[in-house]
Ligand binder design. Structure first.
Ligand SMILES: Nc1nc2c(ncn2[C@@H]2O[C@H](COP(=O)(O)OP(=O)(O)OP(=O)(O)O)[C@@H](O)[C@H]2O)c(=O)[nH]1
Ligand SMILES: [Mg+2]
Length: 440
């Protein structure tokens, strides 16, 4: 099912540059491009050929490179032509106008990738990953997107889907071909197979917490008593002197925030006022803001001071921020250790890379495998699937007929199939007809 129109678009960013690439996709791609580009010979597949962009009067407007990707081995699965011209906006604009005159249509956003999906060059999750890759703000985000583009998510899902389809096929066969009410599988067996599906799906859902962090970044607040070195740690993590540091307690009054790249995760880091009882009005407002910042943050770092040791005020703060990451600062002084805290010196930089790694490790719990969930659409669909699995398990335990269990199982299959955008009815049919010898 190929599209019958040919689309064209500037595929590189608009504006002046060394090169701009214009891309065509559709049946007329080569025909239209060849009307615009004069070549010495017929182009060879996937080889760049030097030519001249000439307008209708035969006047040369640029020297260009043309590359032809015949269908179906192209990005979109259709005939694709790429023309690289010099990055002069007037030339690009003129080229596009000439292409339209020759019958091409300007592509809608994402239309090349939509066509790639329609022609089975990639599934829906992979197409989404192309978008994520282009939008990546850190190298790590880009790498995660590439994994998904190369099918990490689909590969992780495939065996689960296969198990589900097997189970559905088994129950379907029982309904279609059992003469009387003989069960094809005892309920314990069905329950076991449902559970075997649910556990990995739940694990996968758990990876979304990290996936979202990778995709959208997070907010991290640094809190603690005055003078423990919060602003120093803030500056050290940012690798620049952003916040004011002095030897006197109560230096930071207001929130200071900056963006930090934490091993590829975009983090909004917030420095706060030291928390203590105070009669100073500005400082007490600052203290209130420290609590607010921590409440809004995804992660709180509670800084302790090796010189003064862990005192009663720190213990109060630990109970106020029970899920905070404890950081023991000023270890360069050789004083006081505290079990369970990440040790570092904001002054010398000692322990800072370990702190960064510990933070990333904490964020990535449950997301060790490639193909973790980053996309809220995928998360919703898997959640929907898990809920339907739970209903199927209940139906099995309640001794309901297989028709009812099947209804729930199809409600698992549908959202799972929607992640990659496959049609799933065919899977069932293939499975049923391949594993059961139906001699009708
Ligand atoms: N020896 C040593 N001194 C440190 C370290 N980190 C901070 N300091 C010193 O501790 C003092 C307070 O540092 P700040 O970073 O301003 O502390 P703060 O927690 O932001 O203080 P407030 O903003 O007042 O709450 C300064 O004199 C810093 O130089 C460290 O790792 N080792
Ligand atoms: Mg400070």
């Amino acid at each position: 099912m190929l599209s019958d129109d040919t689309i064209v678009a500037l595929s590189t960013p608009p504006g002046r540059g060394a090169i701009s690439t214009i891309r065509f996709s559709g049946p007329e791609s080569l025909k239209i491009a060849r009307r615009l580009v004069r070549l010495p010979d017929a182009p060879q597949a996937r080889r760049a050929t030097l030519g001249e962009f000439c307008d209708a009067d035969g006047e040369a407007a640029d020297e260009v490179l043309l590359t032809w990707f015949p269908a179906p081995n192209s990005y979109s699965g259709e005939e694709v032509v790429e023309v690289s011209c010099h990055g002069a906006p007037v030339v690009v604009d003129y080229f596009l106008r000439c292409a339209l005159v020759q019958g091409a249509r300007l592509a809608e956003p994402g239309e090349f990738t939509l066509r790639a999906f329609t022609h089975g060059r990639m599934n829906l999750a992979q197409a989404e990953a192309v978008r994520d890759l282009v939008e990546a703000q850190t190298l790590y985000q880009a790498k995660v997107a590439v994994q998904q583009m190369e099918g990490a998510l689909s590969r992780r899902m495939a065996p689960l889907k296969q198990e589900l389809v097997d189970l559905i096929a088994l129950l379907e066969a029982g309904i279609d071909f059992a003469e009387d009410d003989v069960s094809v599988a005892p309920p314990e067996e069905i329950t076991r197979r449902i559970e075997a599906l649910r556990a990995p799906l739940e694990e996968w859902l758990a990876s979304f917490r990290f996936g979202r962090v990778v995709r959208e970044g997070l907010t991290m607040a640094i809190v603690g008593r005055p003078n423990v070195g919060k602003s120093s740690l803030f500056n050290r993590l940012l690798e620049r002197e952003r916040a004011i540091v002095t030897a006197s307690a109560g230096t930071t009054r207001d929130l200071v925030s900056e963006t930090l790249n934490l091993e590829g995760i975009p983090v909004r880091l917030v420095d706060t006022a030291g928390i203590r009882e105070t009669s100073d009005e500005a400082e007490s407002i600052g203290v209130r803001r420290s609590f607010e910042a921590s409440a809004e943050a995804d992660v709180t770092l509670l800084v302790l001071d090796a010189v003064s040791g862990v005192g009663e005020e720190d213990r109060v703060l630990m109970s106020r921020f029970p899920s905070a990451v404890l950081v023991m600062n000023k270890i360069d002084t050789g004083k006081n250790a505290f079990d369970g805290a990440q040790r570092c010196s904001a002054l010398t930089g000692d322990g800072i890379s370990a702190l960064r790694r510990a933070l990333v490790a904490r964020l990535s719990e449950g997301a060790a495998e490639p193909g973790f969930l980053t996309n809220v659409r995928h998360e919703r669909l898997i959640r929907e699937g898990v809920e339907a699995l739970e209903r199927a398990a209940d139906a099995t335990r309640g001794g309901l007929p297989h028709e009812m269990i099947l209804l729930d199982l199809y409600n698992v299959l549908r959202p799972l199939g929607a992640i990659t955008g496959e049609t799933t009815v065919e899977d069932i049919l293939n499975r049923i007809f391949s594993t059961f010898c139906i001699g009708k």
